[in-house]
Design a protein around this ligand. Structure first.
Ligand code: ADE
Length: 215
């Protein structure tokens, strides 16, 4: 049996939030993920190859001084980020942490995480055959957005469990502030290109940024 996703009119509010992503302006749709709570949704795969190339180059500029040997990205929306950052750093191989148990991942290293845009607990899986690409290497972990911080923290822990020296991490957007507590010490090694708040209805029923969710 399949469960129908909410119809788009249920969650798309019609409002949008403008953000300058290191010189690339985008308008993100404000999406109500609860009746009184909304986020501005950045689907990196819907923003085109120029946006992907731009964020890859800008994140690579910030991460290059850390002299990474390899980039790790988290499925699904961290995949294009990992590819573009790898390309812009002049590297070739990258490693993807999967979220769904692919057939070749029976014996994967596993980390449990939770996400604000996906239901329930999820798992991050690292193919054991990728461990030699990471063990003893200078690694940066990239993703599209850090919000709760659970996914990025899980990725950092998993990569460390593989023996990597995590020299930094990078995201296109930081969202609100919950990630600061969850990442702890790791937030000092995080670079990003822009920040987005989260939203609640104001007295007129319009979606307004929640002041505490600005940096
Ligand atoms: N604003 C956002 N856009 C896309 N993915 C997200 N995950 C958490 N917040 C997000």
């Amino acid at each position: 049996m399949t469960t129908a996703a909410p119809a788009p009119h249920d969650i798309f509010t019609g409002a949008s939030w403008h953000v300058d992503v290191a010189g690339f302006p985008v308008d993100l749709p404000i999406v109500a993920i609860k009746p009184d709570f909304a986020i501005s949704l950045m689907m990196v795969i819907d923003l085109g190859v120029r946006f992907g190339e731009h964020v890859g180059r800008k994140l690579a500029e910030k991460l290059a001084p850390l002299k990474p040997d390899i980039v790790v990205g988290t499925a699904t929306l961290g995949i294009p980020v990992a590819i573009e950052v790898t390309r812009a750093l002049g590297l070739d191989h990258y490693v993807i942490l999967q979220k769904s148990p692919k057939i070749h991942l029976g014996d994967a290293l596993v980390q449990t995480i939770s996400s604000i845009t996906s239901k329930g607990e999820q798992r991050l899986l690292l193919d054991r055959r990728a461990v030699p690409l990471l063990a003893g290497k200078r690694v940066v972990v990239v993703d599209d957005v850090v919000a709760s911080g659970s996914s990025l923290k899980g990725a950092l822990d998993l990569v460390r469990a593989a023996g990597a020296d995590v020299v930094g991490s990078g995201v296109i957007l930081t969202e609100a502030r919950d990630w600061q507590v969850v990442l702890g010490e790791d937030q000092t090694k995080l670079v990003s290109l822009a920040h987005i708040p989260q939203f609640a209805p104001d007295d007129h029923g319009r979606w307004s940024p929640i002041p505490e969710t600005f940096l």
